[in-house]
Design a protein around this ligand. Sequence first.
Ligand SMILES: Nc1nc2c(ncn2[C@@H]2O[C@H](COP(=O)(O)OP(=O)(O)OP(=O)(O)O)[C@@H](O)[C@H]2O)c(=O)[nH]1
Ligand SMILES: [Mg+2]
Length: 301
Amino acid sequence: MGLLDRFKKALKKTREAVTGSLFSVFRGSLDEDKIEEIEDALLSSDVGVKTTEALIEALRTAWKRRELKDAAEARPFLMKQLQQRLASVGSELRWAAEKPTVILVVGVNGSGKTTSIAKLTQHLHDQGKKVVLGAGDTFRAAAVEQLSIWSKRIGVEIVKQAQGADPAAVAYDAADAAVSRNADVLIIDTAGRLHTQENLMRELEKIRRVIGKRIPGAPHETLLVLDATTGQNALQQARLFHQSAPVSGIFLSKLDGTARGGVVLSIQDEMDLPVKFIGLGEQPTDIEPFDAASFVEALFS
Ligand SMILES: Nc1nc2c(ncn2[C@@H]2O[C@H](COP(=O)(O)OP(=O)(O)OP(=O)(O)O)[C@@H](O)[C@H]2O)c(=O)[nH]1
Ligand SMILES: [Mg+2]
């Protein structure tokens, strides 16, 4: 199955939701009433206010210049606009100039951090990269065990300490191990936290600091894992989290089975934060690197 087909499959529910509200509007003549109808349909599909406004303005301008003759032509026009807006944000991982590249994974409780790490590990492992994992969630009893099981299944090394250990100490050890074992990538798991939990946000800062001490410039990537099923709340969460800790990209989990996939577009467009990967299930292979052009096409086709 090609990338476009995989996106189409994953976005089935989102597409049905978008199609339900959007597709009936791309019929008949294009006029001011129709443009307002399209605007309402976009707003109800989790594309987001800012993105919708920009798209509608471009649509109205093109209509006034008589570049579009009917509503059917508005659809490919909007797709192209959206693809252009999204393509400007790079969704490649930021690689360190010198290995190891360190990826710190953060987010609220249950957003899918640990599972997403398993997926990212599988993805990089399949590309022949040597991955080391750091079990930085020392808070939850089963967290270290959960990551250990994934590491065994995928066949990568893990650095861990007992539950209750200082996560920054684990991160330092992991950074040390990644260097001495000549790893390409170190991925560090963290406990779930809210941006309002000051002590936990300070803990995150400490983790960053110690990794940077062992590996200058690290972490090179801080991925915020967001649960797509929460729709516009995921966007709000991203905004607040990003205000209290640096984030360089989004891993959007649980896109399978949700009708809220449109949120990808608003996160990327309104926050200038690239969606780098999407999660499409509970298995390590259920991951796709994000690609704006295919995503928009899958969503609107
Ligand atoms: N359907 C689906 N389920 C997912 C996906 N990603 C994660 N999950 C499920 O979501 C639940 C929580 O995932 P975890 O990876 O444990 O989340 P976490 O953020 O590490 O949770 P804490 O460590 O407790 O904060 C698990 O049941 C996962 O199987 C996904 O892309 N699709
Ligand atoms: Mg976890």
